[in-house]
Design a protein. Sequence first.
Length: 440
Amino acid sequence: MLFLITGKGGASKSLNTVAAMVRSNSGDRPNYYTNVKLFMLDYDVASSFSGWFYGFYLYNLKDKRGKAKLLKIMKRIHNDEELVTLADVPWLESYYEAHDPLDTWLFWVFKLYSKTQLKVVKEFIENMPSDYLTFEQLKQFNLHFTHFEDARKWYELPKTSVIFIDECQHFFPPRQTGSSVPKHIAEFSTHRHRGYDIHLVTQDRMFLDNNVRKLANRHIHYHNPFGGKRVTRYTHSEQFDSTNYFDLQKTEKSFIKRPSNFYGSYFSAELHTHKFKMPKMAFVGVALVAFLIFTCYLLYGTLFKERGTVEGEVATSDTSKASKTSIAVQKITYKDSLVPSEQAALVSFVSTLTTDVYIDGSIATYDVYGAVKYDYSFSNKVTEDIFSPSAVGFTVKQFGSCLVKLTLYDYTTFVTCDPFYRIEPVSDDSANNGDFFVSD
């Protein structure tokens, strides 16, 4: 099967490809790679000084001051596109000579492979005396990767090999129209006959020879424009244009995390230099949201300040006119710890309190939006005593100037203005004196 993996710099295309190959390794096929620096699953790399330095010593170094000094040296060397060698840090020679390359290699094997993949090899190691354990004895499990030098001779590798070629555009670039097809390109058309699985990684499909592109069984494109921890992955059974909207609609899209446990498994300048970058429009969006919140805050404060002032003025002017205590219409929450039997007794008691109680006055106030709010006064018609619902614990709900609902637990009653009016007899003398125009 021929896999075409694309993505711009920093999209983690190589990282995800390595992770996919390791996770799918069933241990029954040989693994080969080229054009990848310091791949720690290669035993020869783990045995080298650079492999030990990057993959073991530096990775496990806890001394922050010592590490900071080494990073300064490394920065200078990396700027020349080189790797640290023993000549750069000769004081580490004794540490390097004392290390066992197998320990470094096994460190990465146990870090990258799953417990299921390691089950058999772990049993083998546990039963083998440590003094006799060698890499040659572990090669049978095919957990290692072997480097091959010439990518153009990939077809000479053993049958059923799994092959990884990074930055493949350097080896299979586009050819002129009508030019002869070289052998290393023509062999791709029959790669399945020998059971190869080939992973070709490049930044763009158009950087690759047209014949190879057409033979791709699966195209995987990674997109990560801002260098975040999550990456968008597009997958299709044939090549597609990653810049074409309609091509992308045909693909299978997923949002994945970078396989961070594979950091350090090989050397990549992208992993060290491509940091998360907030897009400029994101800054604009954040500023716009902050501005809207601030504006709403000011508007809210202004409106409700005016509302409070209007209601306060109305309440002050109307209070002097009211002859009895008024009850503000609001939801009064009555909280207690009464058991059900006590609640029933209380309900029975308060039901007698509302007998002969009527609304004997109400004051309407209006807010800036025109919504009406009533303040009521209640009294007992027989005793003329003022009645206060809040003192009992009633929830008061207004329905108009002359109708409210009082609720307490399961007890509900309605109170209105007194609908009964008795006409007092009027004498002729009082009528002549104009008593009809005397107000209370």
